[in-house]
Design a protein around this ligand. Structure first.
Ligand code: NAD
Length: 487
């Protein structure tokens, strides 16, 4: 299995290499075999990428927004045409099942390019009447923006950042996660094919050190990070020390509150999607499932039955539901939380193992896992695990569920399942989370803003809100009479 790109980086409209950089092995998580070898960016590569972005940005900012949008929409079309090939690349890089990557990864990247490609032409400033004189506002780009990605949705994350950044007239240097470096290069190539001038979307490879070099570069105006809260705090600290803009899309430990009157099959399906999709590696996962006492037994029975039917295995087999975790390190982390949960006194209701699957003995698989008898103060109920591990808790009253759902440092997402719509809206109105779902979970259409409350982040991706985060407002006062001066 090979997925070797033409070179490690993408700078000024073309692939670029610097073999002085330390080696980076790209591993297929299902077999642990090496599928590509890249080099981490040297300071020279970082400098070239930022400089080419800086040089290209000024003229891009003067291109008519409609024209900029047309290029993004063309890139969306190319992504859709190449969906199968890109989904396969994403599966090789992340280990996620192809039945997911075929519908979720390049597809959501294309949606972002299409949405911002369409929306930008109507993203204008305001005209403000001042009784004779008047004012207007201009939305101006920030300049060179840095995007830093996590490994769970590599091409989606790259496009969710690149599309609004480029639409508003910025240039971007994107650093994918060192675990999943491949698909951002494919996106860069596609943007070039769609007509994006060189330098406007550059990709450099590296780990945290390269990320920090980019954030601290004096020519960089903004950073958008998708990653953990710990990394977000470091990145935001560095960016704010230089008064740079920041969008932080960070982690979570989100609640799903399921009331007695919920539709059982929908609630079970929602909770499973919110815990096991992408092998549990989703920031907005609803990993604390609160069940009202009257539905508890029925829910657990159906949940167990449906979870036992999940097929783990070859990610490239279209019938496989769950692939492996992204890396050996991540599997160790998840397994150590499963051990911890048992030590803390939770009941391991289902799963918990690291199966050795025939033909994939070296893969980083973990079974979908359900803990019951979980208490709110246990670490498995408080910390983000980022694997297929669901904690089931029970509650009596609405007030209790809301208070316990909110008792966390995180605030990325939350879900409510009930047939009582008045209650659904009342509860959602009190949940401290940036994304809430009523009778659904983990759907993130580009038309809705996405981002966290509390420690889960700052700023928003997607929707028109993202355009605000990639532009700055200039206010212009226009005098139509004489200057009144006492001097
Ligand atoms: P991570 O924080 O370890 O790394 C994220 C990215 O930051 C990587 O590209 C990494 O190289 C880079 N990085 C690390 N240290 C840095 C530094 N000091 N300066 C600059 N860059 C640095 O996260 P991860 O393990 O790759 O991803 C999992 C985390 O991401 C989870 O916490 C998950 O919840 C979160 N996540 C959030 C969202 C969201 O939209 N809110 C989406 C996906 C993942």
């Amino acid at each position: 299995m090979r997925a070797q790109p033409k070179a490690s980086h993408y700078i000024n409209g073309d692939f670029a290499e610097d073999t002085q950089g330390a080696g980076l092995d790209v591993i297929y998580p299902a077999t642990a075999e090496r599928i590509a070898q890249l080099h981490l960016a040297t300071p020279n590569v970082v400098e070239l990428a930022v400089e080419s972005a800086r040089a290209a940005q000024a003229s891009w900012a003067r291109v008519k927004p409609m024209e900029r949008g047309r290029i993004l929409r063309k890139a969306a079309d190319i992504l859709r045409t190449r969906n199968e090939e890109l989904a396969r690349l994403e599966t090789l890089d992340t280990g996620k099942a192809i039945q997911e990557t075929l519908v979720a990864d390049p597809a959501s990247a294309a949606d972002a390019l299409e949405f911002f490609g369409c929306a930008i032409a109507a993203h204008n400033g305001d005209h403000i009447e001042l009784g004779g004189p008047f004012g207007y506002t201009r939305r101006e780009p920030l300049g060179v923006c840095v995007g830093i990605g996590a490994w769970n949705y590599p091409i989606q994350i790259a496009a969710w950042k690149a599309a609004p950044a480029l639409a508003t007239g910025n240039a971007m240097v994107f650093k994918p996660s060192e675990n999943t470096p491949l698909s951002a290069l494919a996106l860069a190539e596609i943007l070039t094919e769609a007509g994006l001038p060189g330098g406007l979307f550059n990709v450099v490879q590296g780990a945290g050190e390269v990320g920090a070099q980019l954030v601290g570069h004096p020519a960089v105006a903004k950073v958008s990070l998708t990653g953990s809260v710990a990394t977000g705090k470091k990145v935001m600290a560095l960016a704010s020390s230089q008064m740079k803009h920041g969008t932080m899309e960070l982690g979570g430990k989100s609640p799903i509150v399921i009331f007695d009157d919920a539709d059982l099959e929908n609630a079970v399906g929602g909770a499973m999607l919110g815990n096991f999709y992408s092998t549990g590696q989703i920031c907005s996962n609803g990993t604390r499932v609160f069940l009202q006492k009257g539905i508890y037994d029925r829910f657990l029975d159906r949940l167990s039955e449906r979870t036992r039917a999940i097929r783990l295995g070859d990610p490239l087999d279209p019938d496989t539901h769950l692939g492996p975790l992204v890396s050996a390190e991540q599997r160790e982390r998840v397994l150590s939380y499963i051990t911890l949960g048992q030590e803390e006194g939770a009941h391991l209701h289902l799963g918990g193992g690291a199966p050795s699957l025939q033909g994939f003995e070296k893969g980083f698989f973990v079974e979908p896992t359900i803990f019951t008898e979980v208490r709110d103060d246990m670490r498995i109920a408080r910390e983000e695990i980022f694997g297929p591990v669901m904690c089931v808790l029970s509650f009596d009253t609405e007030e209790e569920a809301i208070a316990r759902a909110n008792d966390t440092e995180f605030g990325l997402a939350a879900g409510v399942f009930t047939r009582d719509m008045a209650r659904a809206h009342r509860v959602v109105g009190q949940l401290q989370a940036g994304s809430c779902w009523i009778n659904a979970y983990n759907l993130t259409p580009v038309e809705l803003p996405f981002g966290g409350f509390k420690s889960s982040g700052i700023g928003r991706e997607n929707a028109l809100a993202a355009l605000d985060h990639y532009s700055q407002i200039k206010a212009v006062y226009v005098e139509t009479g004489n200057v009144e001066s006492p001097y």
